[in-house]
Write a protein that binds this ligand. Structure first.
Ligand code: NDP
Ligand code: MG
Ligand code: MG
Length: 332
């Protein structure tokens, strides 16, 4: 059973007694910096020259310095720049200023798990990863709620790294919702697998294949769009509220029967065997290496895939249909 931690298990005064640098002010960065500040923590934001978000951070009352200055001033450094550039930002701006007793924090384990960042032995290495997008992390905090977080310690130089990480999680509202203890390895591997096999890759491919099957059989693209993409949200909402059982309670008996007999013909033993291969490539580091090569090689294939999908009939059909449903955008 997972170990869970709530507000009473975390001591906010620990992080209040430290100097925190939040490097990056994007989705996660702005949420962490603002909520820590509102929790009474001494925060500075580290941003590169020409940063798009500098003015916004300053408007919101935060002090912005360079990443190197932030790392030099602080003794807890949270790295919230995009994963593919973290190693470079770390080498150039953070590593030269790390002292024994400092703590290095991450919102995702990618760079530590795959060895792109190798911190010195004298610093704590922790992760506080909210299980939700940054804008929700901030909104929930302001509403007196929180987004659940997972917390891990990779290196416990001080002997009290976990208490520090829990305290940080409390500062962004995480312990209001619940914090689960994990490891950098578990977080990184399950996160990559989930987004590739199920949440993003698996779902996008399933939707596209279903849409194409209907359109190729001569059905109207608009009908196929509603059937294969639009309704997915309604089904997933039911699963989110009450698991597969609630979804099956709500759909017709005919749909439920089709679910039982057809689902396993779509996601077959071969699909699951491929999922195991995908997981193995995540675990052995080859996915991470390929992605870093693609990123630093100028994102050629990435941009090709992006372009191809933006021209897909599913997307062009959806764009037109959503214009007629003014509320769809607002729900986001
Ligand atoms: P974003 O892409 O939203 O934000 C990146 C920020 O980094 C921007 O403020 C950008 O500046 C800044 N930046 C870019 N280059 C540099 C640099 N050289 N030096 C300093 N700052 C720089 O990132 P996310 O918030 O999505 O991701 C941050 C981390 O959080 C990642 O590890 C990610 O895996 C993790 N995470 C993200 C989640 C999410 O909700 N998005 C969920 C859970 C974890 P600017 O734009 O101003 O130029
Ligand atoms: Mg991810
Ligand atoms: Mg139906």
């Amino acid at each position: 059973m997972a170990e869970l931690f709530y507000d009473d298990d975390a001591d906010l005064s620990i992080i209040q007694g430290r100097k925190v640098a939040v490097i990056g002010y994007g989705s996660q960065g702005h949420a962490h910096a603002l909520s820590l500040r509102d929790s009474g923590v001494d925060v500075r934001v580290g941003l590169h020259e020409g940063s798009q978000s500098k003015a916004k951070a300053e408007e919101q009352g935060l002090r912005v310095v360079t990443p190197a200055e932030a790392a030099a001033e602080a003794d807890v450094i949270m790295i919230l720049v995009p994963d593919p550039i973290q190693a470079q930002v770390y080498e150039e701006s953070v590593a030269p200023h790390l002292k024994d007793g400092d703590a290095l924090f991450f919102g995702h384990g990618f760079n530590i798990r795959f060895g792109f960042i190798k911190p010195p032995a004298g610093v704590d290495v922790c992760m506080v990863a909210p299980k939700g997008p940054g804008h929700l992390v901030r909104r929930q905090y302001e509403e007196g709620r929180g987004v659940p977080c997972i917390v891990a310690v990779e290196q416990d130089a001080s002997g009290s790294a976990f208490a520090l990480a829990l305290s940080y999680a409390k500062g962004i509202g995480g312990t209001r919702a619940g914090v689960i203890k994990t490891t950098f390895t578990e977080e990184t591997e399950t996160d990559l697998f989930g987004e590739q096999a199920v949440l993003c890759g698996g779902t996008a491919a399933l939707v596209k294949a279903g849409f194409e099957t209907l359109v190729e059989a001569g059905y109207q693209p608009e009908i196929a769009y509603f059937e294969c993409l639009h309704e997915l949200k309604l089904i997933v909402d039911l699963m989110y509220e009450g698991g597969l059982e609630k979804m099956r309670w709500s759909i017709s008996e005919t749909a439920e029967w089709g679910d039982y007999v057809t689902g396993p013909r779509i996601i077959t033993d071969a699909t699951k065997a491929e999922m195991k291969k995908v997981l193995a490539e995540i675990q052995d580091g080859s996915f991470a290496r390929n992605w870093m090569d693609e990123y630093h090689g100028g994102l050629k294939k990435y941009n090709e895939y992006k372009q191809q999908d933006s021209e897909h009939l599913l997307e062009t059909t959806g764009k037109e249909l959503r214009k007629l449903m003014s509320w769809v955008d607002e729900e986001a």
